[in-house]
Design a protein around this ligand. Structure first.
Ligand SMILES: O=P(O)(O)OC[C@H]1O[C@H](OP(=O)(O)OP(=O)(O)O)[C@H](O)[C@@H]1O
Ligand SMILES: Nc1ncnc2[nH]cnc12
Length: 173
């Protein structure tokens, strides 16, 4: 299965110079979406995971089915101001902007092993903020799993990420 065949590249979205990788065309194909998730589950199975964490919004479409398949908890990371109870927050930058992400303070117990999921690793800003939130709560990041990695941005070799086990289904050079 070449998952790349199911991902659409859109030039200059959401701004000039960005080649946007659209996973919705992959998700329109049920068996392909399921196989993508099954690959994530296989990776997670090797890392003794207790909890799946995913950042809004596309991290949910990866993380929730993985959590369901593994019968594990899913913890949402949301843009600041969306979670209703006590939170901690991290500011971050991404390929086309900046924002703040929050997590409920009771969502991760110290020592729990966490798989972080998202659709795409670009600069790594989003996942770095997610790692920081999980670790501030005492979680242990067991792995990072993505549908897509933009290898030309080389986020996996960034000093804040190169100690983690990183999995991606598809790489764009
Ligand atoms: O590695 P980075 O440079 O941080 O970029 C990757 C992030 O950008 C996208 O999310 P976006 O913030 O666009 O939000 P969305 O999922 O709600 O569309 C994508 O889903 C990743 O979370
Ligand atoms: N090039 C890109 N395509 C889709 N989502 C992204 N998030 C950050 N960069 C992206």
């Amino acid at each position: 299965m070449d998952f790349k065949d199911y991902i659409t590249v859109i030039e200059d979205f959401p701004e000039e110079g960005i080649r946007f990788k659209d996973i919705t065309t992959m998700m329109q194909n049920g068996p392909v979406y399921r196989e993508a998730i099954d690959n994530m589950v296989e990776f997670a199975g090797k890392h003794d995971v207790d909890v799946i964490v995913g950042p809004e919004a596309r991290g949910f479409v990866v993380g929730c089915p993985v959590a369901y398949a593994m019968e594990k908890a899913f913890v949402p990371i949301r843009k600041e101001g969306k979670l209703p109870r006590e939170t901690i927050t991290e500011d971050y930058g991404l390929e086309y902007g900046e924002a703040s992400l929050s997590i409920h303070t009771d969502a991760i117990k110290p020592g729990q092993r966490v798989l972080i999921t998202d659709d795409l690793l670009a600069t790594g800003g989003t996942v770095r903020a997610t790692v920081q939130l999980v670790e501030k709560l005492g979680g242990v990041v067991a792995g990072l799993a993505f549908f897509i990695e933009l290898s030309y941005l080389d986020a996996r070799n960034n000093k804040d990420l190169n100690d983690y086990s990183i999995y991606s289904l598809v790489t764009f050079d």
